[in-house]
Design a binder for this molecule. Structure first.
Ligand code: FPP
Length: 233
């Protein structure tokens, strides 16, 4: 029996953090307690990603479709993200974490926008791990906004590269590996254009329970994948 090994580290991992609500209901807690534990899992995962040498992680924190949730849940998520950024800002600097965002931040409350702007500014020179937060993000919206930017520039015909260069992720590599927790096997409008050749992985663990052991297993799975990008090995 050969022990499975980690011999390939994805440069960019996308994470669709699913299962917070189910985790809360298994504990007979309100849904937002699931999101609170979800934030703790984000923080743990940042440490684990740094340990394994991953350079970029994109967390799908709030989708363009999540506005359909109750006002209480939405405000709860906003408050959790705001407080997380506020309390961890110095710690991000110590860990070499650079915070970036994708998605249209316009409709968010001012206090959240302020925390996001401050955190991005104060962490901009860090280079250990880019933690990219997808907030009010949708893959279709990203593509549409990219094309509209090109139209506004007067472009008559676009290339694939033009669209890529105008996506919110323009300064990031495409995700090599996308993990969605909780056993659901969907993309749910995450980075549609950028995920053309991403390897996908759907572990059963609910997001609030995700830890270094789950990441290690995920990286072993990724190491065994044979990426061909449409070609022949
Ligand atoms: C899905 O679980 C999870 C979300 C909608 C995202 C929740 C947001 C966070 C954990 C905040 C992340 C913050 C940062 C700073 C990255 P669900 O509620 O759909 O779970 P369910 O399918 O079990 O109901």
């Amino acid at each position: 029996m050969f022990k499975k090994r980690i011999n390939k580290i994805p440069q960019h991992i996308g994470i669709i953090m699913d299962g917070n609500g189910r985790w809360a209901s298994t504990q007979a807690l309100p849904r937002n307690m699931g999101h609170k534990e979800g934030i703790n899992a984000v923080d743990r995962t940042i440490d684990a990603l740094i340990k394994f040498g991953v350079k970029v992680v994109s967390f799908f924190a709030f989708s363009t479709e999540n506005w359909k949730r109750s006002e209480e849940e939405i405000n709860g998520i906003f408050n959790l993200v705001r407080d997380f950024l506020h309390s961890k800002r110095n710690n991000f600097k110590e860990r070499g974490v650079k915070i970036t965002t994708i998605g249209d931040l316009t409709p968010f409350p001012e206090d959240l926008k302020t925390q996001l702007a401050l955190t991005k500014e104060e962490t901009k020179d860090n280079d250990k791990l880019i933690v990219n937060l997808a907030l009010n993000y949708g893959g279709r919206s990203d593509i549409t906004r990219s094309v509209n930017r090109l139209i506004a520039e007067g472009v008559k015909e676009v290339t694939e590269q033009d669209i890529l260069d105008n996506l919110d992720t323009k300064s990031l590599p495409e995700p090599d590996f996308v993990i969605r927790t909780s056993g659901e096997e969907r993309i749910s409008n995450f980075m549609l254009y950028q995920m053309a050749y991403s390897e996908l992985y759907f572990p059963k663990v609910l997001w609030p329970n995700f830890n270094e052991r789950h990441l290690r297993k995920a990286l072993k799975v990724y190491s065994k994948r044979n990426r061909r990008f449409g070609g022949i090995k």
